[in-house]
Design a protein around this ligand. Structure first.
Ligand SMILES: Cc1cc2nc3c(=O)[nH]c(=O)nc-3n(C[C@H](O)[C@H](O)[C@H](O)COP(=O)(O)OP(=O)(O)OC[C@H]3O[C@@H](n4cnc5c(N)ncnc54)[C@H](O)[C@@H]3O)c2cc1C
Length: 232
């Protein structure tokens, strides 16, 4: 594996890409960096304690543990159910007043019923205020609540790596979705011969694109690249 660090245009209109291992000279570049490398942080004290995870690994660490799951979208619901079924004591802190409407249709009734029957405790309209070694403090509609806690699984979503995109020169639209600028028919960015593929195209609208509706990106981009190379 190697991380791309810089992308610079050469005087002959090509690009030099510098990675952690090598340098590459190329006519075209496809940026398909997704968004899973940058978790959406809660920005609360204690978030950087080792017991706070922004990536879920597997349930066995949490057996018999007091787990706070933050969020109410697909990942949060999956994680809450899986850790509960493996024997964790699960509490959810949910910013909204209900489980996210787009949670998969076979997961949503399951999580709602576990909450209704009291197997999983959910605090709605609630945010995390502070995380300590053995406790979490929640801001609930009824006031601040301190809970004993062993792990926080913050399933709060992810963001495209904007510092990286900006560093390599990709322009970002200045609106609420902050999508990288590109020509919709060709997926070419503001940089000539630099294309955007995959979920990075959707900016902050991270639930818009997924595997099934991005499969054609590669084909469109390669067609463009070949057309341009024929002209070189
Ligand atoms: C638990 C889970 C379940 C999912 N289930 C489904 C499903 O059932 N169906 C579905 O359609 N989608 C599903 N998805 C979503 C799916 O995984 C994504 O839509 C898809 O992976 C996006 O592909 P991508 O190539 O755009 O980005 P990614 O798969 O995120 O790939 C981006 C790659 O770029 C690399 N990268 C980033 N920055 C750099 C850099 N500077 N230098 C070098 N490399 C870099 C990253 O390390 C990564 O390998 C799921 C996601 C999760 C987390």
């Amino acid at each position: 594996y190697e991380k791309v660090e810089t992308l610079n245009k050469t005087t002959d209109g090509h690009y030099v890409i510098k990675t952690t291992k090598n340098k590459y000279y190329t006519h075209s570049v496809i940026v398909a960096t997704g968004f899973y490398d940058t978790p959406r942080l809660m920005n609360v004290p204690g978030e950087h304690l080792p017991k706070v995870k922004h990536y879920y690994d597997e349930a066995h660490h949490y057996v018999g543990q007091k787990v706070l799951v933050v969020g109410a979208a697909n990942s949060a619901c999956d994680v809450a159910l899986e850790t509960y079924y493996k024997g964790a004591e699960v509490t959810m802190a949910i910013r909204e007043d209900k489980i996210y409407e787009k949670v998969k249709y076979w997961i949503r009734p399951n999580i709602e019923n576990r909450i209704k029957e009291g197997s999983i405790t959910a605090y709605f309209n609630t945010t995390v205020k502070k995380i300590k070694e053995k406790e979490v403090i929640l801001d609930t509609p009824a006031g601040q609540l301190t809970l004993e806690n062993d792990f926080v699984l913050a399933m709060t979503g992810y963001l495209p790596d904007y510092p990286f995109l900006k560093k390599i020169g990709i322009a970002i639209n200045d609106d609420e979705t902050q999508t990288p600028q590109m020509t919709p028919q060709t997926f070419e960015s503001n940089l000539p011969n630099v294309y955007l593929a995959g979920v990075v195209q959707a900016g902050l609208n991270t639930s818009k694109l997924f595997i099934e509706n991005t499969r054609h990106h590669g084909e469109i981009i390669i067609e463009q690249v070949l057309k341009k190379l024929e002209r070189v």
